[in-house]
Design a binder for this molecule. Structure first.
Ligand code: 5RP
Length: 211
């Protein structure tokens, strides 16, 4: 298994979902790093929104047009990686701490395309689940979310503290509802199947499409 080749194959297949004139959400991570040159090579006239400063910088370096996500109210397609993918389409994202913005760009898109190598599919989700927390009331929020651990990485571009929920993820819908209902939590890395249009998984010699 060549994981880098698998990421590249999935990313290049995803670039085909983008057509001239589209608005495109760009995710974050090492798989998306293969998407950006694949998109740039197609020389399309597209308007992009980036889910992180890292992606924004890399996309601009390749000549892609990146706009602030304030004035565009919907996207045609968003393409992003994932840390875990279940057979029924639940994702865990946020290994790169960008999950809050990634969820915003995924939810704004008509089509959310997930790209991954063959190490990402799992039978069942397992911790950690990435979190972003407000600094205000941080200790109280941490107490309500136990077991939780601060990640010790820089704050998000929106000033949020990055942490990980370490408890069981046996019932992702229930856990997602509980996390979303916790005051002080900005967002979490559980992405429901309803958000996902297609998952492209690179394998040694083919790209598997899960709809
Ligand atoms: C960043 C993410 C990434 O999409 C996820 O961590 C997958 O990254 P990679 O493509 O590097 O494996 O959610 O917050």
């Amino acid at each position: 298994m060549n994981v880098e080749r698998e990421k590249q194959a999935a990313a290049e297949a995803a670039a085909e979902y983008v057509a001239d004139g589209m608005t495109v959400g760009l995710g974050t991570g090492s798989t998306v790093a293969y998407l950006l040159p694949a998109l740039a090579r197609r020389r399309l006239s597209i308007r992009c929104v980036a889910s992180s400063p890292r992606t924004e910088h890399a996309a601009r370096e390749l000549g892609l047009s990146v706009e602030p996500f304030g004035s565009i109210d919907r996207l045609d397609v968003t393409i992003d990686g994932a840390d875990q993918i279940t057979p029924d389409g639940w994702l865990i994202k946020g290994g790169g701490a960008a999950h809050t913005r990634e969820k915003v760009v995924a939810a704004a898109a008509d089509q959310f395309v997930v790209i991954a190598d063959s190490t990402k599919p799992v039978e069942a989700l397992r911790p950690p689940v990435p979190l972003e927390l407000l600094t205000f009331g941080l200790s109280a929020t941490q107490r309500r979310l136990r077991p939780v651990k601060l990640r010790g990485v820089p704050a998000s571009p929106d000033g949020g503290v990055i942490a990980d929920y370490l408890g069981p993820v046996d019932d992702p819908a229930r856990l997602a509802a509980r996390l979303s209902a916790t005051p002080g939590l900005v967002d979490h890395g559980l992405f429901p199947p309803e958000l996902v249009a297609v998952v492209l998984i690179g394998h040694d010699d083919e790209v598997e499409r899960r709809l």
